[in-house]
Design a protein around this ligand. Structure first.
Ligand code: GDP
Ligand code: MG
Length: 439
């Protein structure tokens, strides 16, 4: 889907004359791509006419950029399609009885990995999550969950011998309720294909554990199959959210549009790798940019360079040190054009500044800056957070008057942002000749 949508816009971009016919061709191609992705005919027809109305080409001033008008209208419409209106259930810290979140999806979609990522995400926020392995179908399922859970230091429950997923799920939920966990995550079996037995099992596990939220996990590369899969699960269990995995590969994640349409639920996170920290809050705008082939593009890179304060080119020429991150944070606090551009970088700010919690996010950035103020020049000039050993961390915590945990949190944030920053082709035109001494 992504390919054809992006292709349609790219062709429009290359057209020498953007006349009514070029625009109509582009819209037809977009409609075809949506139909191929199993978006319902009625929806596609609505989408197409809304794009036409929004782009409002006949009302454009002569000489106005029609390509841009169409592109913006398509992007706006896709954003609208990805927003089913209702926000999904969000677990609350310290909530008792605990929230129960059940994960469903076909085998291989990334459920078990995503359960651990989701648990770890909330653990970092101060929750007490726990994992329950109700997959008794796949050999080694419990070991896999155990391994993931141990890595993230999250308590887990499962059995090697019991083959009744409903019983294990209920026992796991009861166990962790008694242990006053506030978020219990139930991983389930996916089998090999869609089959009646799988959906019946999901229905039973759901009825027995009464989850507050059922998350449908889908592989970002499945495209057209997403609608059927999502709909089939939705018919058996009350799916309330979608997570799209494997967005680190070539997949553009177009299937997410179908999954949202089929489940009427929002996408809440995306998986961006095999490891536990490879997990990002879903940002609709950057997702659509990527879908349309506009994300991570030279356009954004140029914008970053243009908006960069004068004399700050060193921010992109050198290595991404803690000191560079501090300067980026400073720009975000200033809310000038550079700060705004930074917030457009996919994945950059969603985790730092949560939607609806802008004040808290800005305060957190300020605290991180305070922490970095207690670091030495040498420490700030370093790119290896591992070199910040325990005694250095303690010293910085004391010096800044912030808890050790927060210093560690800031260093984890650094690792995350450094990874995103390194993917931006900022240095394409200037080789990086900076070599830094180890700390
Ligand atoms: P399940 O069968 O639904 O439980 O899926 P698993 O969690 O076992 O994942 C299947 C495979 O996909 C494993 O090899 C995971 O490491 C891999 N995987 C899961 N999420 C991601 C992701 O976001 N990116 C990448 N590259 N691989 C992932
Ligand atoms: Mg699994």
């Amino acid at each position: 889907l992504g390919g054809s949508l992006a292709g349609a816009l790219a062709r429009l971009g290359r057209a020498t004359v953007v006349d009514d016919k070029a625009v109509a061709d582009c819209l037809n191609e977009i409609s075809r791509a949506l139909l191929q992705a199993d978006v319902r005919f009625e929806t596609v027809r609505d989408v197409s006419s809304r794009i036409k109305a929004a782009a409002n080409l006949s009302a454009l001033a002569p000489g106005a950029d029609k390509r841009r008008a169409v592109r913006n209208a398509v992007a706006a419409e896709l954003c609208r399609m990805l927003d089913p209106g209702e926000p999904s259930f969000a677990p609350r810290k310290g909530q008792h009885p605990s929230s129960v979140v059940m994960f469903v999806g076909l085998q291989g979609s990334g459920k078990t990995t995503t359960c651990a990522k989701y648990a770890d995400h909330y653990r970092r926020k101060g929750f007490r999550p726990a994992l329950v392995c109700a997959d008794t179908f796949r050999a080694g399922a419990f070991d896999q969950l155990k391994q993931n859970a141990s890595k993230a230091k999250i308590p887990f429950y499962g059995s090697y011998t019991d083959s009744d997923p409903v019983k294990i799920a209920v026992e796991g939920v009861d166990t962790f309720r008694k242990e006053k966990c506030d978020l219990i995550i139930v991983d389930t079996s996916g089998r090999h294909k869609q089959e009646a037995a799988l959906f019946e099992e999901m229905r039973q596990v759901s009825e027995a554990t009464r989850p507050d939220l059922v998350v449908f996990v889908m592989d970002g590369s499945i495209g057209q199959a997403a609608f059927d899969q999502a709909q089939a699960f939705k018919q058996s269990v009350p799916v309330g959210a979608v997570i799209v995995t494997k967005m680190d590969g070539h997949a553009r994640g177009g299937g997410a549009l179908s999954a949202v349409a089929a489940t009427k639920s929002p996408v809440i996170f995306i998986g961006t790798g095999e490891h536990i920290p490879d997990f990002e809050a879903f940002e609709v705008k950057s997702f659509v940019s990527r879908l349309l082939g506009m994300g991570d593009l030279p356009g954004l890179v140029d914008k970053i360079k243009d908006a960069m304060p004068a004399g700050e080119l060193k921010l992109i020429e050198g290595a991404f040190t803690l000191g560079v991150m501090r300067e980026l944070f400073q720009s975000m606090q200033n809310m000038g054009p550079f700060g705004q551009i930074l917030s457009m970088i996919p994945g950059f700010s969603a985790q730092l500044i949560e939607k609806g919690k802008e004040k808290e996010g800005q305060a957190k950035i300020k605290r991180y800056m305070t922490i970095m103020d207690s670091m030495t020049e040498k420490e700030l000039d370093n790119t290896n957070p591992k070199l910040m050993n325990e005694s250095r961390i303690k010293r910085v915590a004391r010096g800044s008057g912030r808890p050790v945990q927060e210093v560690v949190g800031m260093l984890e944030e650094y690792k995350r942002i450094a990874k995103i920053w390194s993917k931006l082709p900022l240095r394409d035109r200037r080789p990086n000749t900076n070599h830094r001494d180890p700390l």
